[in-house]
Design a protein around this ligand. Structure first.
Ligand SMILES: *Cc1c(COP(=O)(O)O)cnc(C)c1O
Length: 312
């Protein structure tokens, strides 16, 4: 298989949209839909499919080099794509101190999928978009000619790929909520929504820098601002990968109520934000909300798959 066969991986697109029955939303006269991007592909999960597919085509068989932290969903998706498409992949991992230590489950999965891992110190990692640093990193990783995908996968091609997410939701919901890491998914989603729809981004990192990032991503992908979107910075729960007990309990309760595996780092924060806003009266009665289920828990929950059938 070559890199031009991305479509042959059989993505489930458009991804399913399912309505939930949840009394906490019903009480406020609000409908809640789930946009099940987690069901697009078993290995290239969620928004990672939408962002990677155009880049894998653009790579045209070259080695794909990309970046991530030790638990990066993006690195795992890229590694899986490499295995499925017969592409070689290199993951530049933040944290030189991880070299020579046993790999965590996420990096072990990357390695098992054939990704070559190159650990780098945090200062070089931070400066990886500077041309000389990038060139040096590529050389050090043994892939000077690689097709480079930025951290989190959010380049212009990826943002344009995420426009389809919005287009698939045209006519379904008034407000579409999505978790934001780099903001690439939000930038594309907003561009794809129809008139009268708006996107709500829920940043999972602390810092409040995302507004400018999303603007810049839209500028690069589309040449200017697109669609209606906003951010609510109140739901990062302390920052990236922070999952305090309150959030974990909320997610576990949501799983019990709805039989949906709730990924904690992004999806749980999105659902929590939507419930909080609903209870604050932010949405008039008659509003339809959609939550983008951008991913699945990793490692997969220990209980059998049949506990979590596709939502009916
Ligand atoms: C990567 C990821 C996101 C963030 O996407 P961005 O485009 O970087 O904002 C959201 N949810 C999940 C589950 C992810 O893995």
């Amino acid at each position: 298989m070559t890199s031009n066969d991305v479509a042959a991986l059989g993505p489930r697109l458009p991804s399913p949209v399912r309505e939930l029955t949840d009394e906490r939303f019903e009480r406020r006269g609000v409908r809640l839909l789930l946009k099940r991007d987690d069901l697009i592909h078993p290995a290239l999960v969620g928004n990672k499919w939408r962002k990677l597919a155009p880049n894998l085509t653009a790579a045209a068989g070259r080695t794909v080099l990309t970046f991530g932290g030790a638990w990066s969903n993006h690195l795992r998706a890229t590694a899986a794509a490499g295995r499925l498409l017969g592409l070689s992949t290199v993951g530049v991992v933040r944290g030189h101190e991880l070299a020579g230590r046993p790999l965590n489950d996420s990096l072990a999965r990357c390695a098992a999928d054939g990704m070559r891992l190159h650990f780098t110190d945090r200062s070089a990692y931070r400066r990886k978009t500077e041309p000389e640093i990038l060139t040096a990193l590529m050389a050090a990783a043994g892939a000077p000619e690689a097709y480079v995908v930025p951290e989190g996968g959010s380049n212009a091609a990826a943002v344009r790929g995420c426009r389809a997410l919005g287009q698939e939701l045209d006519g379904y919901a008034d407000v579409v909520a999505v978790a934001c890491g780099t903001g690439g998914t939000l930038a594309g989603l907003a561009a794809g929504l129809g008139a009268g729809q708006r996107a709500l981004g829920v940043p999972v990192l602390k810092g409040g820098f995302l507004d400018g990032d999303v603007r810049r991503l839209q500028e690069r992908a589309f040449g200017g601002p697109r669609g209606t979107w906003s951010l609510d910075d109140r739901f990062h729960f302390g920052g990236y990968a922070r999952v305090p007990d309150e959030l974990d309990a909320f997610a576990a309760d949501f799983e019990r109520r709805h039989g949906l595996p709730v990924e904690r780092l992004y999806v749980a924060k999105t659902l929590y934000a939507l419930l909080t806003l609903t209870e604050e009266g932010a949405f008039p009665r008659g509003t339809t909300l959609a939550a983008v289920i951008t991913g699945r828990p990793f490692p997969e929950p220990a209980f059998p798959e049949h506990r979590f059938p596709e939502h009916p």
